[in-house]
Design a protein around this ligand. Sequence first.
Ligand SMILES: [Zn+2]
Length: 341
Amino acid sequence: MRVILNPKHAEHVPPGEMEGGAVIPSYEAPGRFEVIRAALEAAGGFRFEEPPKPSEECVTAIHHAAYIAYLREASAEAKRARDPAAKQLWPTVFPFGPNPRATGTRALRGQFCFDTYTPILPGTFASALGGASAAARAADLIADGAERNVYVLTRPPGHHAEHDRCGGYCYFNNAAVAAERLAKCGPVAVLDLDVHHGNGTQHIFYSRADVLTVSVHGDPAGLYPFFSGFADETGTGAGLGANANFPLLPGTGVKEYRPALAAAVEAVRRFKPAFLVFAFGADAHESDPIGGFTLPTKFFAEMGTAVREIGLPTVIVQEGGYNLTTLGACVTEGLKAIDAN
Ligand SMILES: [Zn+2]
């Protein structure tokens, strides 16, 4: 399988994340990329390449121009800062009502972000754009018919990033970049099996009839991102019926996950898409520190088989997965099953 790498991932190195007022070690770290790459190299059968030079052109169709400019300029500001504390830009105040006069620096930190897990650092913009460019390249290879399946190995992840807000470690929505590009050639389904709801992807395509978004995840009543991912969110306007959520209880194991996966696959089939984007998180694994599900490593092969059996040209985009000991094996199992003959 061809693997498109984010060549800039290591420029984004979060010093920590903020949980309940305390800074704790960041789960989203460069080691995630490295263990996946090492596992794929050890398994064999994967060809690694970098995308062409990153360009903002690949994100303008799905992200607001002011948000893109904010990420670019805030990263540059962090890079210029001499004081180490000023090299991390965190929100402290979030919007409590729209106000066009709230244009100051600290207002924008909250306006363009929805949590305290997603700081802007000197390398954030370059790193996020590298991932988006890798996703665009993968989509182009699939749209051209050059490949049947292409995997995008990237971090930071993307599926929580909304049209104009970062959050959940995500800045640019890589799966949405791929879906948007493929949508020019035919209807697209995005299947998101990260343990967290893909709120950003849902948000970006919520009123679109040409892109179906389907997500199987932990019930937002108890799991991040809390504000979306409920079963009654089914799209709006022209997109009504083109969004499906399958929330599952904490502790979900194979027995509970299997029927939800089958229902999600059925929703994809009914839509009759021409292309599939698989937002592949490995944080539904039993050992994941922030997931809360109990799926064993070998179940990721079953996920991969379900994706393969949908029978569509597929872009696979790496999302979450935070146990560095098991992450590589989960991803390898999934990709091998997708590529099996
Ligand atoms: Zn996740």
